[in-house]
Write a protein that binds this ligand. Structure first.
Ligand SMILES: [Zn+2]
Length: 357
């Protein structure tokens, strides 16, 4: 809508430009979990192919995996792996010709030090370059009392806002477990914990919006992972009620809250479209892209099963080097991830909408 940004990593006001364009344009950006350069590159490839901007995010264990599973100090690995991932994206994003947001996913109470350590790296990056290393972090204290959730969010945002960083918070519980955060026990239609109270969204808005930019993962029955139909009842109208309450109480324009949709894998497309119409600018995707990678690698192994047992065919002497070269099957996984992301960009309406030029 008249805005254009430089391709590459986007932070601060440029990030706000990106998400405002999405909300005004009625589309959202996929936020894809990555665990290594393969998945990061597949996300960038898919975004470039679809001419869409994109969000790449890392869970704490995704960061750890990036650093290497053998490192003894798991905490340090979570920090350094996430930093390494962010630096990889900073080096390459511009070459893909689209705008990229770098974000970290769920951090519960025990993971606050992980986020704080990453903010330290962004402060350092800001001193050198004028922008942070990460665009935003998520703090998920939805399992704690709301007073603690909000006061910790306030404390962190006060540190992050001056260097152009944004904070994502969670109110109400996204059901299910993902990378060690959350649990499957709370899944079940009509569990009230799975539905955010609009009054809580209002409290968050009144407290946090004067400090800096925040986004909100509001729960409307969404669940991480893919479960049997009927276990989950999505009620996106909760998002609308929250937007309306903030608008009426604070006298803002329409859809003042910047909303995030967690647990979107396996969701009904009509419910996704409805959620977007209520101001969702970011939808997380992890489970479906994990499956896309594994499905393609599985098919490749099945088709080339001898190459995974023998370097040379025991009967006819055929060399299998080209087949078992990890780049062959890893690339099959990347391509399948790109294909699944084609579908995500379509569902979210962001195809061709990049602001990069
Ligand atoms: Zn989530």
């Amino acid at each position: 809508m008249g805005h254009s940004l430089k391709p590459g990593v986007v932070t601060g006001d440029d990030y706000k430009t990106l998400l405002t364009a999405a909300k005004e344009g009625g589309y959202a950006l996929p936020a894809v979990n990555a665990v290594g350069t393969n998945s990061v590159n597949a996300v960038l490839e898919a975004a470039a192919k679809n001419r869409s901007d994109v969000i790449v995010q890392f869970s704490n264990s995704g960061g750890q995996f990036f650093a290497g599973k053998s490192l003894e100090d798991g905490f340090e690995a979570k920090v350094l792996g996430s930093v390494s991932a962010a630096r990889h994206i900073h080096l390459l994003a511009e070459k893909y010709g689209i705008c990229v947001v770098i974000h970290t996913d769920h951090a519960n109470k025990a993971l606050i030090p992980w986020v704080e350590a990453l903010v330290g790296y962004s402060e350092e990056h800001y001193e050198k370059t004028g922008s942070p290393l990460f665009s935003s972090h998520m703090l998920d204290l939805s399992a704690e009392e709301i007073d603690f959730n909000l006061s910790e969010s306030e404390r962190l945002l006060k540190r992050m806002a001056p260097i152009g960083m944004s904070l994502e918070i969670e109110l109400g519980v996204t059901g299910g477990e993902e990378d060690g955060v959350g649990s499957d026990d709370d899944i079940g239609a009509d569990n009230p914990k799975l539905y955010t109270q609009p009054e809580d969204c209002l409290r968050a808005y009144q407290l946090l919006s004067p400090i800096g930019h925040f986004s909100l993962a509001a729960s409307f029955g969404n669940v991480h992972g893919v479960y049997k139909p009927g276990n989950v009842k999505l009620r996106p109208e909760i998002l609308k009620n929250s937007q309306d309450l903030v608008k009426e109480t604070c006298g803002t324009g329409d859809k003042p809250l910047d909303l995030v949709f967690h647990g979107g894998s396996g969701s009904d497309k009509a419910k996704i479209a409805e959620a977007l119409s209520y101001g969702v600018f970011k939808m997380n995707i992890d489970t479906d892209t994990q499956f896309a990678v594994s499905k393609a690698v599985g098919a490749y192994v099945e088709e080339n099963s001898k190459a995974f047992k023998y370097q040379i065919d025991p009967d006819d002497g055929t060399p299998y080097k080209k087949k078992y070269d990890p780049r062959a099957w890893m690339r099959a996984g990347e391509q399948s991830m790109v294909e699944r992301l084609d579908e995500a960009f379509q569902d979210l309406g962001s195809v061709g909408k990049t602001l990069a030029s």
